[in-house]
Design a binder for this molecule. Structure first.
Ligand SMILES: NC(=O)c1ccc[n+]([C@@H]2O[C@H](COP(=O)([O-])OP(=O)(O)OC[C@H]3O[C@@H](n4cnc5c(N)ncnc54)[C@H](OP(=O)(O)O)[C@@H]3O)[C@@H](O)[C@H]2O)c1
Length: 214
């Protein structure tokens, strides 16, 4: 697939690199320096190049949205017309100092995003995992037991694309249902962050859904 990265920071830089290593054609965009985008593309060791958000969006089969909530308007403006595009968003609706969700309980960042770009197809994914573990998960991807990664969205073909990307990184994709389920997933992401960064276990923590009983 052609995957455009909108936001090439901790999440976008790592996930874009892994998508390229999994064989996808990646365009890294939206960082404060072009040098960084060039370096990411070079170090991805796959089919990857730097570009503008508009170039990342052009001909993309999927776009990863990985910016701070305060940068969403700017990056979407720079990307241009996203009609029909699959937007896989890991962006959480956090306040400026990253302590609270600014959209919660009765809606979610993912749902707000879908209203900002009504003609795009939004899937919420990758936000339940600390960026520090992504390379390790990728390296262990052929092991029988993989950590789960939940995603949600209203369009099944877009969720299929997201699931493929999730699998390529090394997770077992779990379809959590329609996009409105993001209002439960996003607070869960804060729980993961709390356990990863404030708890004793560190970011290596993983979750796995298993059926019990029966
Ligand atoms: N990090 C995690 O473990 C994690 C986990 C779950 C969810 N999330 C969510 O994922 C999203 C991305 O998080 P992140 O940790 O990857 O953030 P990040 O490292 O700050 O990356 C954001 C990207 O946006 C770029 N950017 C910021 N301001 C810009 C500007 N004015 N012009 C151009 N580019 C600009 C940054 O550029 P530079 O590269 O130059 O800084 C960076 O590439 C957030 O919504 C976060 O809540 C993160």
């Amino acid at each position: 697939m052609r995957v455009g990265i909108l936001g090439s920071g901790l999440m976008g830089g790592k996930l874009g690199t892994l998508f390229a290593r999994a064989g996808h054609e990646v365009v890294f965009s939206y960082a404060r320096s072009e040098q960084k985008l060039k370096r990411l593309a070079r170090e991805a060791k796959g089919k990857a190049r730097p570009g503008t958000p508009r170039e990342a969006a052009q001909d993309a089969d999927a776009l990863l949205l990985a910016v701070h909530w305060s940068r969403i308007d700017d990056v979407l403006n720079q990307a241009g017309d996203l009609s029909g595009k699959v937007i896989v968003s890991c962006s959480l609706p956090m306040n400026a100092d990253n302590t609270e969700l600014v959209v919660a309980h009765t809606s979610s960042g993912a749902e707000e995003l879908a209203t900002m770009i009504p003609k795009a197809r939004v899937v919420s994914a990758f936000n339940t995992v600390p960026s520090e573990v992504l390379f390790g998960i990728f390296e262990a991807r052929r092991k029988a037991t993989r950590p789960s990664l939940v995603h949600c969205g209203d369009d099944s073909s877009s969720k299929g694309i997201a699931a493929e990307l999730i699998r390529d990184v090394g997770f077992d994709p779990v379809d959590a249902g329609p996009l409105r389920i993001a209002r439960y997933i996003e607070p869960f992401c804060l729980l993961v962050a709390q356990l990863a960064y404030e708890g004793k276990g560190g970011p290596e923590l993983a979750y796995r859904f298993e059926r019990v009983g029966r």
